[in-house]
Design a binder for this molecule. Structure first.
Ligand SMILES: Cc1cc2nc3c(=O)[nH]c(=O)nc-3n(C[C@H](O)[C@H](O)[C@H](O)COP(=O)(O)O)c2cc1C
Length: 217
């Protein structure tokens, strides 16, 4: 499975099998995390075999066997959240290509348990072998979230479709993508997690459209 294919297969999964991540999966994930950390200036970390990441209410009523997670963290700076969204999307989709499922959490995780000194934590992404594969979220339409000046080329439409598959906090999908010739612009309505969402949606658009076809403006 490619990253682009993973975009269409990934859905939030909250219940996992009681099955540890295999050693080669951990090795591959850590390699991808290291690459993303260097590329995007973040400090994402994989934690395995630890069931303390989420609120106990979630553990009791919503989740099962949540034991492996990525901590979305980095140095305090203006674009940190967008970069964490972008890097996190890369790792979560890569995890999907390795046969794993995932669940982004911006609110219902235990900050005090996962926090590290000297850096800022903005959320976690649970990973593991899902009991099921999840299901597609309710989605806005292409017309509601995008506009192209003239006839939209195929790459633009594919980018918007991929962006609509992106996970967003509370499934808000509060973005507007506009295109003209090879220039693409994205706006995301400001809210608590909008900057993380923006990074995730940008990553999805790039993968769907093909980076070689356009420039962000
Ligand atoms: C930044 C962010 C924060 C999220 N926070 C939570 C959360 O605190 N609790 C939760 O159960 N789900 C959380 N989610 C999962 C979203 O509800 C889910 O991604 C969205 O409904 C779309 O569904 P999908 O992931 O299946 O496409 C979060 C997702 C994102 C991207």
């Amino acid at each position: 499975m490619t990253i682009k294919e993973a975009i269409y297969f990934r859905h939030t999964v909250r219940k996992y099998l009681d099955k540890p991540l295999g050693p080669s999966v951990v090795e591959n994930l850590n390699k991808r995390i290291q690459e993303a950390n260097e590329k995007y200036g973040v400090q994402i970390k994989l934690v395995t075999n630890d069931n303390g990441a989420i609120w106990s209410m979630m553990r009791m009523f919503v989740a099962k066997n949540v034991k492996n997670y990525l901590v979305l963290a980095g140095p305090d700076r203006p674009d940190l959240e967008t970069d964490l969204g972008f890097a996190g999307a890369d790792i979560a989709l890569y995890a999907q290509t390795l046969g794993l499922n995932s669940w982004w959490i911006g609110e219902t995780y235990r900050g005090r348990h996962v926090r590290q000194d000297g850096i800022v934590t903005k959320g976690v992404i649970i990973v593991g072998y899902g009991m099921e594969q999840g299901k597609p979220h309710k989605s806005k339409t292409i017309e509601a979230v995008s506009q192209y000046d003239g006839d939209a080329p195929e790459w633009f439409t594919e980018g918007v479709i991929a962006a609509l598959c992106a996970p967003t906090a509370m499934n808000r999908q509060n973005f507007m993508i506009t295109g003209k010739s090879r220039a693409v612009h994205i706006e995301y309505a400001e809210s608590r997690w909008s900057r993380i969402d923006l990074g995730i949606v940008k990553y999805h658009f790039e993968m769907g459209a093909g980076k070689e076809n356009f420039n962000w403006i």
